[in-house]
Design a protein around this ligand. Structure first.
Ligand code: BEZ
Length: 176
């Protein structure tokens, strides 16, 4: 099998599966938001951290990285991605628009459904920043997750106002 997978969270800076090709890519009509609770990676049960998911938003564009996987491990990789966080993720197929010239490709995209048990939803950015600053889990500090993601997006020279504003806040550089 050969398939594209779109990463917009930790997969942007730390893909955890083998791939044969990687490209900067965007999906349209979806926004990246720190609205999913993490009780098994960046937080613990009863004191969840926050990780990104995707929410539908007219006119939005979310930049990330697309990975092409090939071969017999593909199904196992897709299955594992669906269960990355305890809540589980829904999978859809969307057009991936590559930063480099060329036609879009169809690719798998995972998002946390608001009905999953770890869903936290929107909150004022200052409250999200406080939650991120205090949260730690088996995969490390929640702050590290935010800063690694922001750093990777900056390196890719793509825009994400929500992520960059949160990164400034957790570093103590944003208002308030
Ligand atoms: C991510 O990009 O981090 C991600 C991708 C698929 C499922 C969960 C997270």
């Amino acid at each position: 099998m050969s398939a594209w997978i779109f990463g917009y969270g930790s997969l942007v800076w730390r893909p955890d599966f083998p791939y044969v090709e990687r490209r900067i890519a965007a999906i349209d009509g979806w926004a990246r938001r720190f609205w999913q609770g993490s009780t098994d990676h960046r937080g613990v049960p009863g004191d969840p951290g926050r990780v990104v998911t995707l929410v539908r938003e007219n006119g939005a564009r979310c930049w990330g990285r697309a990975y092409r996987i090939e071969g017999g491990d593909g199904e196992a990789i897709l299955e594992r991605l669906a269960h990355r966080e305890k809540g589980g993720y829904d999978r859809i197929v969307l057009d991936l628009h590559f930063a480099a010239p060329g036609a879009p490709a169809r690719g798998f995209v995972y998002f946390a459904n608001p009905r999953n048990p770890n869903w936290l939803g929107p909150a004022p950015l200052a409250d999200i920043a406080r939650q991120v600053r205090r949260s730690h889990g088996p995969s490390g500090a929640n702050v590290e997750y935010v800063l690694e993601l922001a750093g990777a997006l900056r390196e890719m020279e793509v825009e994400d106002a929500h992520v960059f504003a949160l990164a400034d806040l957790v570093k103590g550089e944003g208002a308030p």
